[in-house]
Design a protein around this ligand. Structure first.
Ligand code: SAH
Length: 350
């Protein structure tokens, strides 16, 4: 078996192999699996023999909630710590159709978007599949859910990190989280948000995944996009749209575009017209989001009225668009506000 970080990185078959290789019967693997998916700590498993507990203790996932902040709107921000001390954040949101957890896929991020807090200190490391899953298992339990009666029904990969920059772990995570004996969350209820790593969009479609693809577009052309997103120097808007068409043709899933409005930069009448033009006829929905304030970044969001006007103009041009409700801004849990440092970090000296 290839190396793995914790037992939560293994699927049922791999876990069974691991446990039976040590000389234990198959049903011991099921017991371990079920305990992990219920979010139990090793000390809470009472059904396993002592010697087995001892053998798996270094590989059993160890993860703790360091902080839980509750917003006025019911949104909860979580700060978690992994075994190696690294910290990431997550956001639990209540919607009419169910509860959504926003998960992180990397500690930090190397994409360097000028409006986002997640990449302020660069990329520290990738999260493993099990570490991404662990966030859901933990928050599920924290909100009274278990593997059968889930308190989390939807997952968005919109926390810190660029999911397509951690392709193998993210796709393994999809396999784990959708498994029937696991959390059984369907791909329809999972959204992957990317700044547009074009080759991996094709790869995702070719590997047979059909999660909702969400593109952080934020500009209607390359010139404006390059002002805030370094990745725009590598892949053009046209290349991204071609990849989205390919994804739609393969999966039949409408692609969602995120458009964060920065005052005076990408919120002009020219931009809305151009965006309407390039997305016309494409089966899509645009989420318009007024930029949330990130103090180190210094960029100003457009006024809310401008966001509504922007969305209306897109709808008038035949492109479906809404202004996304901002949840959790008062606790630093809104889009782009997540950072991998506890509380108010002092930036490293230059
Ligand atoms: N790296 C991925 C996923 C994480 S970001 C991506 O780029 O899509 C989740 C969303 O929040 C993205 O659409 C991102 O562009 C947006 N975002 C980042 N900073 C923001 C800010 N300050 N205000 C509003 N949205 C922001």
């Amino acid at each position: 078996m290839t190396d793995f970080l914790t037992l939560l990185d293994l699927d049922m078959q791999e876990l069974t192999q691991y446990v039976t290789d040590m000389g234990y019967p198959k049903f011991r693997a099921t017991q371990v699996f079920d305990a992990m998916y219920q979010g139990k700590e090793l000390s809470e498993i009472t059904t396993l023999p002592r010697d087995l507990l001892e053998k798996i203790k270094d590989k059993y996932p160890s993860f703790s909630i360091v902080k839980r902040l509750e917003s006025k709107d019911g949104t909860k921000k979580y700060v978690y710590r992994f075994a190696d001390g690294e910290i990431v954040e997550g956001v639990f949101m209540r919607y009419k159709y169910g509860n959504t957890l926003c998960v992180s896929t990397q500690v930090g991020c190397r994409m360097g978007c000028k409006f986002c807090a997640s990449g302020l200190y660069g990329l520290k490391r990738n999260l493993s599949a099990g570490e991404i899953l662990q966030q859901i298992v933990t928050v599920n339990r924290d909100n009274g859910g278990d593997a059968k009666n889930r308190s989390i029904t939807n997952v968005v990969l919109m926390g810190s990190g660029e999911p397509l920059d951690n392709y193998d772990n993210v796709t393994k995570f999809f396999r784990l989280v959708t498994s029937e004996r696991g959390l059984n969350i369907s791909q329809r209820n999972i959204s992957l948000s990317t700044c547009g790593l074009v080759p991996n969009i094709y790869r995702l479609a070719d590997d047979g995944f059909s999660v909702t693809l969400t593109i952080s577009l934020h500009a209607p052309n390359d010139e404006i996009r390059q002002k805030t997103m370094p990745i725009a120097n590598k892949y053009s808007v046209k290349e991204i749209l071609d990849a989205c068409k390919y994804y739609f043709d393969k999966t039949g899933r409408r692609v969602v575009f995120e458009y964060t409005l920065v005052d005076g930069l990408n919120d002009t009448d020219y931009c809305v017209k151009e965006l309407g033009r390039i997305l016309h006829g494409f089966p899509t929905h645009v989420n318009v989001i007024p930029l949330n304030f990130v103090k180190e970044r210094g960029l100003k969001g457009s006024p809310v009225a401008r966001a509504h006007d922007f969305a209306k103009k897109l709808n008038d041009s035949g492109v479906s668009a809404t202004v996304r409700r901002t949840l959790g801004a008062d606790i630093g849990g809104a889009c782009g506000q997540l950072r991998n440092k506890l509380l108010d970090p002092t930036p490293p000296s230059p």
